[in-house]
Design a protein around this ligand. Sequence first.
Ligand code: FAD
Length: 552
Amino acid sequence: MPVAPRAVLRRDEQVDRLPERVDVLVIGGGITGVGVALDAASRGASVALVERGDLASGTSSRSSRLVHGGARYLATGDVAMVAEGVRERDRLRRMAPHLVLPLPFVIPTDSSLDLALLRVGMTVYDALAAGRGVAHHDRLDAAGVLAAAPGLARGLRRGGVRYWDCRTDDARLTLEVARAAIAEGAVVATHTEVVDLHRVSGRVVGAELRDVLTGATRTISARWTVSASGVWAGAVRQLDDPTSDELAVLPVRGVHLVFDRGELPINAAIVLPSAAGDGRRLFAIPWGEQVYVGTTDDLHDHGLDDPSLLPTDAAYVLEATNTAFGTDLTVSDAVGAWAGLRPLLAGGDGSTTSDLSRRHTIVEGPSGLVSITGGKLTTFRRMAADVVDRLARAEGWPRRSRTTRTALGSRGSVAEGRERLRGSEAAASAGLDPSLLGGLHHRHGDRAADVLAACVAHGELAPLVPGLPYLRGEARWAVRHELVGRLDDLLQRRLRVSTRHRQAGGAEAVAWCADLLAGELGWSDDRREAEIAHYLAAVRTERGVVPLPAGS
Ligand code: FAD
């Protein structure tokens, strides 16, 4: 399948292209929905995906951003689930090498018994990768642990284990999969909500759509409607049958706090023990000049839209961080934060019945509405294949998924991609620092030279926000080629400004971006002002107890 580097991809154009009738209507533009759209389109189905917010604006931009087998689930004996995760991790590394990058993880411990158990677990983890894995684990002595985390507190420095998994940018991975689906013929309309489902003779045959930005409504007919609406699965199911309590989801909140790397100087991801005595472990993950630490696991009773960091969340993460690193960090030291929701399936009596978040569930209702929820970012491809296999059996489409070899924005190794970018005409005329070129490649894969050429052409090579690796021209590129419809789409998900910068970009950069979007998207002055206010409100919600300095 072509990577289609130059394809223009504007939100309005996708909305205009929405057909009246499709084989498959997908509700939800998180990683699961875009995965289903890609799988179905690549088997030849006509597909439309509608997302009421931005791509990945639900849980799929609020994860721990790991592409992993989940080694810790070995302790629960769920080897099959871990094996699937490892298999998909290694596939995704080949499909999107620029975006799914190996990362060493260090588990420090001062207990010999712990160390012995960890080594047994990690040997199994390595074996599950059957030689295709990132690299085998090894044992670290005190010097090795300190090299990975120089600030680690006494009691955690004696030794440990290093193993390998992958990190990604969850929102950009979702975007890449959406692009691949579009390249296969799907239409992906963001800021487009399903407000009702249409039924004929008891069967769902399509939906009523509302453009959230203009208020315009339209209908779409579909042979199949697939709800990939995450923690909103129950709400979408109720559009079909208001009396149904099937898929009533109880959300579980997980949060991350972001710090400057100078505060937590780590050279690998560090697996920290919780300081609450609950046996949980947290991750401290290096992210350029920042580090993020998470996560928590608490039942969320504050409504599903826009989860926020509560004081208890911050206290839990800070206590683990300060205990492990001997620091004295407070919420005011955090430069950003985010919270996400995992689905927990509720029983009809309001009890919790099972944790859907790691395993996925596919339910076909009596009306034919197919709902998929749970699972992981890592396993989205497998989940999508499971859904489309069902539809394919009924429709006579190819029975096997074709997505195992889909290129998601780059081909070949990271080294080759970077080399191509370095040797490009755009790089020669831009004259940028090599580290900035590396970052461009990680964000844009094989399109990086086109992005850079666009930055050169518009004279937009300056940093968008001082201290962050993004170029001004990447903002223009995002509007023209990455389906940006609102200011927060740009600053929260295409470029991760809101969580990496204490002032969430700062007044000057935010105004610059608002002017750019106003020009590109034809906004009035009022709309421009409303977009800035909307973005700052979204950042405040995203951060919860982590302050956004006045004047941002
Ligand atoms: P979502 O991303 O929530 O997408 C559902 C979409 O449906 C939303 O965007 C919503 O706006 C849309 N929608 C809802 N109703 C409508 C409607 N009526 N019309 C149109 N659109 C609608 N997995 C990993 O593999 N690795 C990790 O490191 C990892 N870390 C995690 C950490 C945390 C704290 C959490 C919460 C999860 C983590 N996960 C991780 C799991 C992973 O993030 C999720 O499994 C995945 O993002 C869920 O994607 P989704 O598409 O199913 O849901």
